[in-house]
Ligand binder design. Structure first.
Ligand SMILES: C/C(=C\C(=O)SCCNC(=O)CCNC(=O)[C@H](O)C(C)(C)COP(=O)(O)OP(=O)(O)OC[C@H]1O[C@@H](n2cnc3c(N)ncnc32)[C@H](O)[C@@H]1OP(=O)(O)O)C(=O)O
Length: 284
């Protein structure tokens, strides 16, 4: 990292605890966003996998937001000097579902900070562990990879091609990531990161060709595709974002199932693998 005066190691182990009542309203807003008109959500319902992201929202005062819209670094997150933050991936294990309408707690810990050299330039990865509890019981363990990227050349706009046919038996969906969907997801997660809604900032300051699709949004859409077809609970889920998706063209989700294992991917308009994910289902 270019700031040689800061000892980032002192951030490892830093913790933050957030309590939330798991109100019904965010689940209803999420159901609307993901066109789930069939599930009846009420107090006492289990939250679908990944919907915990719509709770435990950031609480930084407006005055403490950075220029990119995230809470200023140097508090819980280390003061990495690279300007472009991205959600790179996550791994999680679901022990029991969180239940709507009952208090819950999230304990976040900085696990690791690593400098890497990528094809796109210097990268600093911060891995953050989130443990979620309800009634004193561990419900979800999650480890997120947040990456900070040094300034670099503008990212090219992907050229749309015809996708390859979907494998036999796979489930698929074409998603049109328009600003209404991105706005609703930013609102659900109270995420003020400007790359998702402020086009002049996303293109002019961070060098993207359009608004950037949230990595967690793509992950939720993949999980929702699976949830539509599979009744068995998900035990484990992991994903890695490999190329950014933009609001400029539709992308495709594909899910195949093999003996309790789901393989999922989001394919960019140019056919590139934008997100790779896998899930393990609970025993039948
Ligand atoms: C919410 C939110 C923000 C967002 O949602 S941003 C939008 C969602 N995220 C993305 O679109 C990220 C898509 N991924 C990328 O653009 C690239 O993968 C990335 C992160 C820029 C890295 O690309 P590079 O080509 O520079 O990297 P390399 O493939 O050369 O790999 C270099 C080393 O880094 C490791 N690595 C690469 N990608 C990931 C990843 N996604 N997760 C973890 N690690 C990754 C790779 O393994 C190499 O490691 P070595 O140990 O082998 O050197 C919000 O801000 O809240």
């Amino acid at each position: 990292m270019t700031d040689s005066t800061t000892d980032y190691a002192q951030w490892i182990g830093r913790q933050e605890t957030t309590d939330d009542d798991l109100a019904l309203a965010p689940a209803l807003a999420a159901a609307a966003t993901f066109d789930d008109t069939l599930t009846r959500f009420e107090k006492g319902s289990a939250l679908p996998p990944l919907w915990h992201w719509f709770y435990f929202l950031p609480r930084a005062p407006q005055a403490l937001l950075d220029v990119d819209g995230h809470p200023q670094r140097g508090g819980f997150m280390p003061p990495i000097p690279y300007p472009r933050r991205m959600f790179a991936g996550a791994r999680m294990r679901f022990h029991r579902p969180l239940v709507i309408g009952q208090p819950a707690r999230r304990e976040a810990t900085i696990r690791d900070i690593r400098q890497k050299s990528g094809r796109s330039g210097s990268l600093a990865f911060v891995s953050v562990v989130h443990n979620f509890y309800q009634d004193g019981l561990l419900c979800i363990e999650e480890e997120q990879d947040i990456v900070y990227r040094e300034p670099g050349p503008a990212v090219a706009c992907p050229r749309a091609i015809d996708w390859k046919p979907v494998p036999a038996g796979a489930w698929s969906r074409i998603v049109t990531p328009d600003p209404r969907l991105l706005f609703r997801f930013s609102a659900l997660t109270f995420n003020a990161h400007r790359i998702h809604y402020d086009r002049p900032y996303a293109t002019g300051e961070e060098g993207y060709p359009g608004l950037v699709v949230h990595g967690p949004l793509t992950a939720v859409l993949l999980m929702e595709l699976a949830r539509k077809h599979v009744a068995r609970p998900v035990r484990e889920f992991s994903f890695r974002g490999l190329a950014a998706l933009f609001d400029l063209a539709p992308f495709r989700l594909v899910c195949t199932v093999d003996d309790g294992q789901l393989s999922l991917e989001a394919q960019a308009p140019d056919g590139a693998l934008a997100m790779s994910a896998s899930a393990e289902l609970a025993a039948a």
